[in-house]
Unconditional design. Structure first.
Length: 256
């Protein structure tokens, strides 16, 4: 348990560096960043947005199972544990959002520039909020159409970030489950992807730095528990002897 907690803690601290630095700096979101840069971030965030998040989870589940190569029964338990960790994070996020009800940065920007109060906006039903965003920005030529559409789709509360919780959970699952198997490239790719998703949420006007920080901490707690359960139920996460021999053979072949 302590070794798992150590790995996931290091991973969580790495993910927290960027939002903490932004938070400390006092940076405030404003629209107007380069469109090509925002568009790249938009596609990054779409890997998590419904329905693409389901596809992302499906691909990652398959890859984790292949990397760990458990027997069928432990593999099924592992699959259940990973999905449960992701879903637990999303349900936790939804519960906290309803309790805190923090407005998104773009909603406060709309209040300042387009005359709709934040209270009136969130008093509307979900579909009505989307229509309100579309109507308010219909003649705004400074914002790209895809960003207007994204805002109209994402009209919920901000705290904490569900996209961050999703991406950070998968990245930390990689740290907890795959690092002992020396799947270093996969872990690094997941960490970079999660950081990209987190940054996109701030630059697209969807979240404040604190939303990312708390979401990452919740993900760390859930994933640490999930990895501990996986080790208890599915077996050791370290490389089995046969696979160690295969790795040694590949390394010998590469050195020749």
């Amino acid at each position: 348990m302590l070794e798992i907690a150590r790995r996931t803690t290091i991973g969580a601290l790495l993910l927290l560096i960027m939002p903490l630095l932004v938070w400390i700096s006092g940076w405030q979101w404003q629209p107007g960043a380069s469109e090509w840069w925002l568009r790249a971030l938009y596609w990054m965030t779409e890997t998590v947005t419904s329905p693409w998040g389901i596809l992302t989870s499906t691909i990652l589940c398959g890859w984790f199972l292949w990397c760990l190569r458990f027997r069928p029964r432990p593999a099924i338990f592992l699959l259940v544990i990973m999905i449960a960790a992701i879903l637990a994070g999303q349900y936790t996020k939804s519960f906290i959002k309803q309790q805190v009800q923090e407005p998104r940065p773009y909603v406060l920007w709309l209040e300042k520039t387009h005359g709709i109060s934040e209270r009136d906006f969130y008093a509307l039903k979900h579909k009505a909020r989307g229509k309100a965003v579309t109507g308010l920005l219909e003649h705004d030529t400074n914002l790209p159409k895809w960003l207007k559409k994204h805002w109209a789709f994402e009209t919920g509360f901000a705290f904490p970030s569900g996209h961050t919780m999703f991406a950070a959970s998968w990245a930390l699952l990689g740290v907890g489950l795959l690092w002992p198997r020396r799947r270093i490239k996969t872990v690094l790719l997941l960490m970079v992807w999660a950081s990209g998703v987190m940054g996109s949420r701030m630059l697209l006007g969807m979240h404040w730095p604190r939303d990312l920080v708390v979401a990452t901490l919740i993900s760390w707690l859930l994933v640490t528990l999930a990895c501990w359960l996986a080790q208890r139920i599915c077996g050791p996460l370290t490389i089995p002897p046969q696979e160690q021999r295969e790795i040694a053979e590949r390394e010998d072949d590469a050195s020749q």
